[in-house]
Every structure is written in C-alpha cells, then in structure tokens.
Design a protein around this ligand. Sequence first.
Ligand code: COA
Ligand code: AMP
Length: 629
Amino acid sequence: MDYHSTYKSWQADPEKFWMNAAEGIDWDKKPTFALNNSNAPLFEWFTDGHVNTCFNALDRHVENGRGDQIAIIYDSPVTEKKQYISYTQLLEKTSLLAGSLIKIGVTKGDRVIIYMPMVPEAITAMLACARIGAIHSVVFGGFASNELAVRIDDAQPKAILAASCGIEPGRVVEYKPLIDSAIELSKHKPESVVILQRPEAEAILKPGRDFDWNEFQVQAKPADCVMVEGNHPAYILYTSGTTGAPKGVVRPTAGHLVALHWSMKNIYNVDPGDVFWAASDVGWVVGHSYICYAPLIHGNTTILFEGKPVGTPDAGTFWRVISEHKVKAFFTAPTAFRAIKREDPEGKFKSKYDLSCLQALFLAGERADPDTINWAQNLLGVPVIDHWWQTETGWTIAGNPTGIEFLPIKVGSSSMPMPGYDVRILDNDGVELPYGQLGAVAIKLPLPPGSLPTLWNAEERFINSYLSTFPGFYETGDAGLIDDDGYLYIMARTDDVINVAGHRLSTGAIEEALSNHADVAECAVIGVSDQLKGQIPLGFLCLTKGVNRPHEEIVNECVKLVRNQIGPVASFKLAAVVPRLPKTRSGKILRATMVKIADSQEFKMPATIDDPTILDEIRVALKSLGYAQ
Ligand code: COA
Ligand code: AMP
C-alpha cells in the first residue's frame, strides 16, 4: 500500500487501523477495542488491554531468540568508553534494578524521577520503572535545582535515580549538589535517592536517604513484569508552556507501545536487528521515544551517544559513530548539523569514513532550514527527511513514511500527516483556511494512540491549554500552512515558547527568574534568531527607580540568575537595560514586534501601541547587542 491508501484506510476505519497496529505488541490481555471516547473530549486508547512496556522492549525479544543481539551500544567520546549490551544482559540488569526498586518500596503507580546523563543506566532505570508499573519522570541534566524542585513537587516521586555527574565538554557537572538543593527547596521529600557513582566526580551520600547504585542491588531479587491497564501512565515528561510552571505530559502505556512500534518500520523504514541512532538526550522526548523505547520495542539496536556533534573530539564524530556501528537510520536536530557545518563547512571529516550503511537522515525538534537540509543532503548523499512532532504527541505528526512510500521531498516542509493525525489550518475564529494560507495548526480530535491523554494532575490546564481555543481540535501552538499537494510547512510558534538548539523553552519562565532580581522592576524575554541554535533568548530589563549601579553588572547578575534558576540549557547570555517596554494600551507587552525588530524583519506598527517612540529605544538596545542591524 502507498501512503495515500494507508492514510485513507485509517480515515475510513481508525478502529480497524489501530487494532491491526496493536498486533505488533505482546499483550497479557488483548484489548477488545481501540478508542475509548466515553469521556470526550478526553480520549484514551486500548483501555481494556493489559500489557507491560518492559516485557515488549526486552523479555519478548529474549524469548524470541534475540537475546544475544546488542540492544544498546554506549559510545561515549567524553569518557572514551564504549559498551555493548545484549538484550539478555539488559534484561538481567533491568530486572535486578526493578527488584531493588521494589525493595525500597516503589510499587505500581509510584513516581520515580530519573536525573541522569547519557549512560546505559539511564535506560535501565526507565525500563525498570516500566517493569514494575512505576511512572518515571526523566529530568534533563541541563536544568538547575530549582527546575528539578518544581518537578519533584509536581510529580511527588518516591525515589530519585541519579548519577553523581554529567560530563560536558571541558567541565564535569556534579549532579548530587543540585539534587540535594532541589530536595531542600521542594515541599515533597522523596524517601530514597540512588546514585550511580561515576569516577569523574563521586558524590557524598547522605546516610538513610541515599544509596549507592551497585550496593543497593546486591541483595535484591530480579523482578517480574507487572501488567498494567492500557491507559496506565508510562511516564511523565515535563515540557515548557507559556508560564513558568512546566506541563507534565502524560504518556499512556498501550498507545505508546502501539504507535512507537508502528513508527519504526513505517516511518523510519528499519527492520528488527537494524541499528538506529537518535542523537538527542534521554531528557527530551526524542530520547524517550527513539533512544530508549521505540528501537527496543521493535527489536533494533539503539545507540546511546554521550557527546556533542562537535568538539568531542571533532566535527567528524557523527560520521565515525555511523560508520563504526553501521547505523541505518539516523535522527537528530538541525542545530547539530549547523554546528558541524560551522566547524567543517566542506565536510572534510566525512571523507575519512565509510557511510554506505546509512539509509536516511531524519531531522526534528525545530524548523529545518533549507540551507541545513541541502548541505546535509549534499554531504551525505542520502535523503534528509524533516518530520514534525512534539513532546505531547511522542511521535511524528507529519513526516515522510519511508517504510510505506518514499514521498518526494519538498525542502522546508515536514511532508504529510501520519495516519492518526487529521491536521487542519485554522484562522483565529477556528475557520479552516484554504491551501497556502498561514494559520494555526490544529489536529482534529481524537489524537492518535501514544499522544497525551491529559497533563499530570492538571486536567483543567490540559483542557485550557490545548482543547479550548478550537473546540473539537487539539491546538498545537504552531503556525503553518498546507500547500496544494497536502504538504505541511511549520513556520513558527503562536505562543511564547521558543526553541533553542532543539530545546523547548518558555520565555515566561525566564522572565519569572529575572523578576527575582532585586533591581529588576519589569522585564521581557524574546527569542531572537541565532545561526547555530535557531533561536536564543534575549532579555530586556527595566530597573527599579533609584537603582544607579552599572548596567553591565546587573546584566551579568541576571545572566547568572537564570543559569542558576533554570539551568545552563536556557542559553541565556544576552540582556539589555531599557527605560521602558513597548506595550499595548491595555498593557500587553509587544514581544512579537520586538522579535521582528531584532531579526530586522518588516513589521506593521501595532494599532494599539501605547507609545511608538519606545520601539526606537528597543532598537538602540538591540543594536548594542548586535541585533536589529
Ligand atoms: N547537563 C549540564 N549542562 C548541559 C547539558 C547537560 N546535560 N546539556 C547542555 N548543557 C549546557 C551546555 O554545556 C551549555 O553550557 P555553557 O553555557 O556553559 O556552554 C548550555 O547548557 C547550553 O547547551 P546547548 O544549547 O546544547 O549548547 P552547546 O553549545 O553546548 O551545544 C549544540 C550546541 C548544537 C552542539 C547542541 O545543542 C546539540 O548537539 N544539539 C543537537 C541535538 C540535541 O540535543 N537536540 C535535542 C532535541 S532532539
Ligand atoms: P518539543 O516538544 O520540545 O519536541 O518541541 C516541539 C516544538 O518544536 C513544536 O511544537 C515545533 O514548534 C518545534 N518543532 C519540532 N519539530 C519541528 C519541525 N520538524 N519543523 C518545525 N518545527 C518543529
């Protein structure tokens, strides 16, 4: 079947389509129906099935003769280590860790926070939670203790699984002091903290609460899989919204299994046994879906790469990994390619390696600019495929289903909607726009299996954030258009979320951090264009009356404040003191206009602007930072 017939077959009978896809999963009790719409507009999938994610990712492969196949290749240029872990070994490690979690009282439904760098134990930790029905929440290592504390209070974990440190090029990031201060800051106190000691920085353990990763497993018994209901939350992953409070995206167990399994062949065109590499981080959704779960559920070999596209040790690292481990499908964010292109514009490093194993490059996480796509395509000589999705969906909304039919590539477009997604372009009143017109990208409900059924402990926020603007639709927060051939182009966000090096950040959260500075009376943060990271945050600071300290000093303190409160991942390095902020007469800050000025784009003077002369002051401030040229 080609793409169009596959999509039509889903449209004609979604129930049949997803029940068929569910055949790819080993169930303890098969679901008797796919969609549960009894609580519309909240939907769930495969609710009466019983299943276990870890069983599908590990046990079944060992039972079916894949035990000796490598499940994880750990390749860590930052520690100069490599490790090859077979499915049998991963099952043993996971069962033992699961048994140890039971020993410290973790049971089905309990939350466990995982705060770990790109080490194999991070995947073992995720799978061990899944094995016993515990709900993990992985927190990216680049977030500071304050952000960790917010997640601890929201998820209320019984335990934290962590490593003593992460390794960034040129520095070791000690995790334990961050965890200790997060627990001090949070109201909820986890009972146990389990630390994987890494030789680069061993942590000091607090007796009674903290355990050593290895010691705490010594007397444990391997645990069997606990079967859970189809709608049992597999994990919570926090992502940025428009306010400082992150949204806890809930991933439902059965839909997640079915959709991810379906995606591996149909979207990425890999077969069980093939090597799949997603160069991301387990702290992001790409890492959850395509470093950990999907490749293992599908019986592939996944690569866990602890390094960067450049500097570890050079801009040829990616080519070395692809060639050495025979990667068939490779997935990363466009920013990684921009980083390589900047260091090695002629792609000289590539000539050292045989990349004939590589079938396709997949890009997501941010808009893939045509320059980057064309450069990558010329260099690698394989299709470069943009695909669009979000933490909320967990898998592709629109892409090129290369395992079904390789659609002609249109550079700048993320191609066509996948089965399960009825994508529409709407105007502000929710009226569908004709082909070619830019509008809000919305998805007709229900969302497909795997996507979020709700936000953790925040159903009302879920409804308000996603389902209220366009009744009957899920609001993606992205703006875009569909062309005459049905190709989708994602152009920008419609909210205050920005995308920095493929990482989703909230300008609202950065503003909240800045307003904690004693000298800052008011502030605004916008995302400005950046050649490497796509966007970076830039702050405007209005000072409290009477403050006459040097502006440079205050700006430096603000940069430090954001780094300490949100984390280095915010990449907040640019700020300027301005006398006033441009606002509408009703007091709304004109962030979009400031973005246009910064990026030297044309803009229409907002009719509701209170005082247009303020924009001149903003332009001067931006020029001083190298923008608005
Ligand atoms: N723990 C602690 N700090 C971290 C971290 C982690 N896990 N990850 C990043 N940081 C730090 C970085 O060291 C950097 O600190 P600095 O300000 O002291 O330099 C800061 O957070 C910003 O990180 P980043 O935006 O990633 O910038 P970078 O200069 O380190 O690297 C790229 C830029 C493009 C090479 C990198 O972002 C990259 O490889 N991105 C593509 C792949 C990807 O991860 N995509 C995610 C979604 S698919
Ligand atoms: P995240 O939830 O962190 O994966 O971020 C999701 C957001 O990143 C989307 O809503 C888009 O704004 C952006 N994004 C992800 N993939 C793409 C893509 N292929 N093209 C354009 N924007 C993308």
